[in-house]
Write a protein that binds this ligand. Structure first.
Ligand code: GTP
Length: 266
């Protein structure tokens, strides 16, 4: 029967070695090149997965793109509140009292939503202590964003920001997103650095700036979400400054908060 013969041919073909295929083709008078030498990934030549399977695979690819990891590193002197800021963002909690100083480096993954897109931030918390500096330098190079903190109650931590920015220029990628954060903004009476000083320094280095408080939660979400938004737009190639500019975005958002609560940012 013609159909049986045809199906036998197909069955045989599945298990044929390349030599068998070639000799068969020579016998039938066809040039060897006429038959594709590319092996079928399934083992069944000419097999096409059902359309819905192909669609599912394509959907997976899109989700994978949305899941690209954006490496973000927290930097700054010891005690400025890097761990506290990350813990607040991750868990919503602030643990007062003495945290033990971070040893080395560690990370937390956090998926945030930006305009219905899931953006994965891999946030690395580094030790601020000088003795760990050479360890953390190694992590700068493939960072997409850096959150550089000082403590508004500690003038030295602010003065050291220039040195931190120097290290960043030396070890990080040129296009890394940098955000300067004046943390512990809740400590009004102990303040040693005015907000305007932070703003001025940020302008000088052309980096985004805001004051934060891991204790009250002020601007904690905004800092990470602004980073996620900037990285998402970069990833999707929407770098037209008219579409999104992280500095303008942060300014707008902090102005909004200030209008709602005039004493919050003092
Ligand atoms: N009032 C107040 N205290 C804070 C704030 N953030 C952190 N602290 C306190 O500051 C101290 C140091 O905070 P950490 O988060 O350990 O600082 P760190 O920058 O991670 O320090 P290292 O790990 O040594 O680099 C802790 O006692 C915190 O409770 C804040 O926003 N407001």
């Amino acid at each position: 029967m013609a159909t049986a013969a045809a199906s036998e041919e197909i069955d045989d073909d599945v298990f044929e070695t390349q030599e068998e295929v070639n000799s068969k083709l020579k016998v039938s008078g066809k040039a060897v090149q006429e038959k594709s030498n590319t092996p079928s990934p399934t083992g069944y030549r000419g097999y096409q997965p059902p359309a819905e399977v192909i669609r599912l695979c394509q959907t997976d690819v899109i989700e994978d793109n949305e899941q690209i990891v954006h490496k973000t590193i927290l930097l700054g002197d010891s005690g400025v509140g890097k761990t506290s800021l990350l813990v607040k963002f991750d868990t919503g909690k602030f643990q007062s009292g003495n945290f033990s100083a971070t040893v080395g480096i560690g990370f937390t993954n956090k998926v945030v939503s930006v305009d219905q897109t899931r953006v994965k931030l891999q946030i690395w918390d580094t030790a601020g202590q000088e003795r760990f500096r050479s360890v953390t330098h190694a992590y700068y190079r493939d960072a997409h964003a850096l959150l550089l903190l000082y403590d508004v109650t500690n003038k030295t931590s602010f003065d050291n920001i220039r040195a931190w920015l120097g290290e960043i220029r030396e070890y990080a990628q040129d296009d890394v997103v940098i955000m300067l954060l004046g943390n512990k903004a809740d400590c009004g009476s102990n303040r040693a650095v005015r907000r305007e000083e932070g703003e001025r320094l940020a302008r000088e280095y052309n980096v985004t700036f805001m004051e934060t408080s891991a204790k009250s939660g002020q601007n904690v979400e905004l800092a990470f979400l602004a980073i996620a938004r900037e990285l998402k737009y970069r990833q999707t190639g929407q770098r037209d400054p008219n579409r999104f500019n992280v500095q303008d975005y942060v300014r707008e958002q902090t102005n909004k908060t200030q209008a709602q609560c005039p004493n919050c940012n003092t």
